[in-house]
Design a protein around this ligand. Sequence first.
Ligand SMILES: C[S@@+](CC[C@H](N)C(=O)[O-])C[C@H]1O[C@@H](n2cnc3c(N)ncnc32)[C@H](O)[C@@H]1O
Length: 210
Amino acid sequence: MTGVVREVLDRLRVSRETEEALQVYVDQLVIWQKVKNLVGPKTLDNVWSRHVEDSAQLLPLLGTAARLVDIGSGAGFPGLVLAILLREQQGALIHLVESNSRKCAFLRDVSRRLSLPVRVHNDRIEDVLPTLIGQVEGVTARALAPLSGLLDLTNELLTGPVVGVFPKGQDVERELTDASKYWTFQASVKASCTDSKARILLISDVRRAT
Ligand SMILES: C[S@@+](CC[C@H](N)C(=O)[O-])C[C@H]1O[C@@H](n2cnc3c(N)ncnc32)[C@H](O)[C@@H]1O
């Protein structure tokens, strides 16, 4: 284990079993990446901070929510990391919605190896959304769409206490302004611990603007 990996794991403060599960996940990602090209190749050099820690930092922002949907999961960020962190929690279930079947095969393989509380949907979110309404307490999506597009896709989920936790770049204020033309919502903006320019948006109580 390199010093960087140890530093990230120390910051995450997880059990030895969870550390081992995260390591299995990253090892599999490296193996699959050689033939399936699941993530931007350069980002693998920095996978522990850029992907694992960047995903793990969302967990406390989700509060007690353990029934989640991650949309456009790709190679599992943040959804598979959250599933690893929540795997011992009673009632946890993380839906991973990903339209690319190559990526879904990877998500299923890692989920089986680690016995994760995951359901992989090889679908577009537009097609499975009706089955998820009322089933989840939290929604995540990283690098999928600007906020206004995310709310087009997820507004029916983001009602009542359900919270959307969306990592964003430095254009977050512009995304909020743009989305406000079409939607009303509660929003708060958090700093990212992995990138000083990035932000994390917490969104709830979404309604169509009249
Ligand atoms: C830029 S990648 C981000 C992947 C991952 N969330 C991350 O941050 O590394 C966007 C992913 O969303 C998937 N995707 C795009 N539109 C989708 C949709 N409507 N429903 C489900 N998945 C979608 C793509 O196949 C792709 O894997």
